[in-house]
Design a protein around this ligand. Sequence first.
Ligand code: F6P
Length: 556
Amino acid sequence: MTTQSNKLTLTEFPSYRPLLEHYERVKNLHMRRLFSVDSKRVDKFSIEHQDLLLDYSKNRITKETVALLCQLAKEAKLEEWRERMFNGEAINNTEGRSVLHTALRNRSNTPVMVNGKDVMPQINTTIDKVESFSDKVRSGEWKGYTGKVITDIVNIGIGGSDLGPKMVYQALEPFRHERLKVHFVSNVDGAHIDATLKQLDPETSLFIVSSKTFTTQETLTNAHNARKWFLKTALDEMHISKHFVAVSTNSEAVANFGIDTRNMFEFWNWVGGRYSLWSAIGLSVVLAIGMDHFKSMLEGAHSMDEHFRETPLEENMPVIMGMLGIWYNNFFDAESHGILPYDDYLRSLPLYLEQADMESNGKSVDRDGRKVDYATGPIIWGTSGINGQHAFYQALHQGTKLIPADFIISMLTHSEHQEQHNIMFSNALAQTEALMRGRNLDETYADIMASEKVPRDVEQRIHHMVFDGNHPTNTLLIRKLTPHSLGMLIALYEHKIFVQGIVWNLNSFDQWGVELGKQLAKKILEDINAPQATNSHDSSTNTLINYYRDIIQHKE
Ligand code: F6P
């Protein structure tokens, strides 16, 4: 069966042993030396695709490393699996689903078959429906129940129904409609929805309840709360249709909630939640930036899809980034990977990629349910790079952990302050240079001696001021952050995650690991609301529940 495992696991692939031996030979090579012996290193280790330039020369690799890693990818049958995904085979084997976020941005419109049926017509119909609705809201034709135009949109959703749209909404701020402000409510802590509702006028607010399953407790709780708040002023349920729409795969649950399914924007089970921003889940984004810009984002992603599908592995951006991740994760035993954007509009990218990557590849059984005996998905973390410099970069430079990181830098700013951008750009490159080169004892000594105030205790201090360097980074330059380049960037990471999932023989498209907590939370909520204290859990959980019950019952 095509969706079954590769049979061989990572450590059994023919190139695994040669890679291990190669690792032993190169693990102590310093990148500073690799640069000094090869003035053309960056030409060998960089890839350009339209507005994106990936410089991966500041990695602990040689040409042989790349060749061996690409060989490993071949042995894992990456190219075959890639085709299976694009062709709509049910590669999400534990849920029996195709994985077709790529079809959502298939701007060539060539047929994509699922169970013998072309899915492109339904995708195009939904795009048209989203476009016509958003045009009406944007132009002011769509009015609230008292005849006023919509000014505020609230996306109520969580996880993939929140992080993607929120990140893109922030990233494309310069492209937004002037009148329309989008708010995102995800946290079930009532403080989140309260803080949002406080800013709103029910007559001019539009709520989008975004949930693939339409069963997510956090989202439905917030949506009911918003509905109640709205009806407090609007009074009549007939007004709901002008102020509440839904994005979901579950029309029955949408109708049960009280949203007219004519106001529902559909997507399908073959779109994973964390891969859904290209679907109607992007409705809030379309409302903010308009369909033309949204389509430009789809086109950017589509161009990355084509690059991924057609470019030889050794020149293929997502493949190279994915295989470098394998190199550090499985040979250098790196446990995490930093995402460091140098563009303020991309400040939520690390959060978005945490879900995209860790919910996909944070798994310890392979696609056939066998326990793996190798490390899989790393911990993904990060923040806006320039802020990170003043927070955690100390540990990147001088800590004991190896933390490979991506520096994602835009070159042309949307602001009027290109000279401020120069400061940011110089900081980003200073970091990657310092992480790569470090500063040895002699250089440190020379720097100290050249400084205006030479400290008396040089001998004691100097060891604290030495940088070992040899910390790997990728530099991704984006010409300018636009819908098109953002689409490319996001698709690049999606495919990087795919590449790694294939090499680790994982199903990157299910998320069973989130289920147990949801199940237990239901039981605990019942215990909190029960007349008697609970003793049905372990002593720690019982004590904490009962302590909480006591506090909320005697609030005053
Ligand atoms: O709990 C995790 C998860 O299932 C994610 O995979 C998903 O993106 C999120 O919850 C939200 O789910 P839904 O869109 O169905 O509300």
